[in-house]
Design a binder for this molecule. Structure first.
Ligand code: AP5
Ligand code: MG
Length: 192
């Protein structure tokens, strides 16, 4: 299996690049943000509870997202591999993911981290907020999301770096240029 963590701050391009990666490499895309938004759209209890935190720009509890990911992994027994987008966001989530994959006799091949300066992130997210109305793409919530990322999520990069699995890529430029950089990393993992 080829299991990849696509990492980066809010607006780094994780969702955009995941779309290209799954098409080229035949992997399954697991975005905890997308799963939570579909729970909200379906009006579930989980969605109701998550929406309050998401609209504030705060992380949803580890147990909730770990449970969602476990369910999705179980639901795809024949997968060639998974691309994890927006997960893991805490060290506890990273450890839980390692345990889940170990049980399946597999693991994370690498983390690709998209590096984008904060002013560019804000510009992208405000633009998307205007275009799509995504409820957490507003000035105040963007600031909270970036703070949560810096406080709680950046240590996750260190977790993978200590295992020699971190690959940082410049996340500014055209979508295709950035994708080429990601492909170089994935091909070196035997993804081609
Ligand atoms: P989530 O949905 O994961 O949001 P996020 O991390 O804030 O990231 P985004 O989805 O906003 O950005 P992205 O990196 O995917 O970029 P995209 O490709 O869309 O999480 C939302 C919330 O859910 C969290 O705040 C939290 O509450 C909760 N949550 C989710 N996962 C969790 C977890 N594991 N634990 C706890 N809580 C969790 O691009 C952004 C924009 O930029 C788009 O408009 C795109 O078109 C544009 N763009 C992309 N690439 C480029 C480029 N190269 N140049 C110019 N524009 C570009
Ligand atoms: Mg996303």
């Amino acid at each position: 299996m080829l299991n990849i963590v696509l990492f980066g701050p809010p607006g780094a391009g994780k969702g955009t690049q995941s779309g290209l990666i799954i098409e080229k490499y035949g992997l399954i895309h697991l975005s905890t943000g997308d799963i939570l938004r579909s729970e909200i759209a379906n009006g579930t209890q989980l969605g109701l509870e998550a929406k309050r935190l998401m609209d504030e720009g705060l992380l949803v509890p580890d147990a909730v997202v770990v449970g969602m990911i476990a369910t999705k992994i179980e639901a795809n027994p024949g997968a060639k591999g998974f691309i994890f987008d927006g997960f893991p966001r805490t060290i506890a989530q990273a450890q839980a993911l390692d345990e889940m994959l170990q049980e399946k006799g597999t693991g994370i091949a690498c983390m690709v981290s998209l590096v984008v300066p904060e002013d560019e992130l804000r510009k992208r997210l405000l633009l998307r907020g205007q275009e799509t109305g995504r409820s957490d793409d507003n000035e105040e919530t963007i600031t909270r999301r970036i703070k949560e990322y810096l406080d709680k999520t950046t240590p996750v990069a260190g977790y993978y770096e200590s295992k020699g699995k971190l690959h940082s890529i410049k996340g500014v430029g055209s979508v295709n240029e950035i994708f080429d950089g990601i492909c170089e990393v994935l091909n070196a993992q035997g993804g081609a």
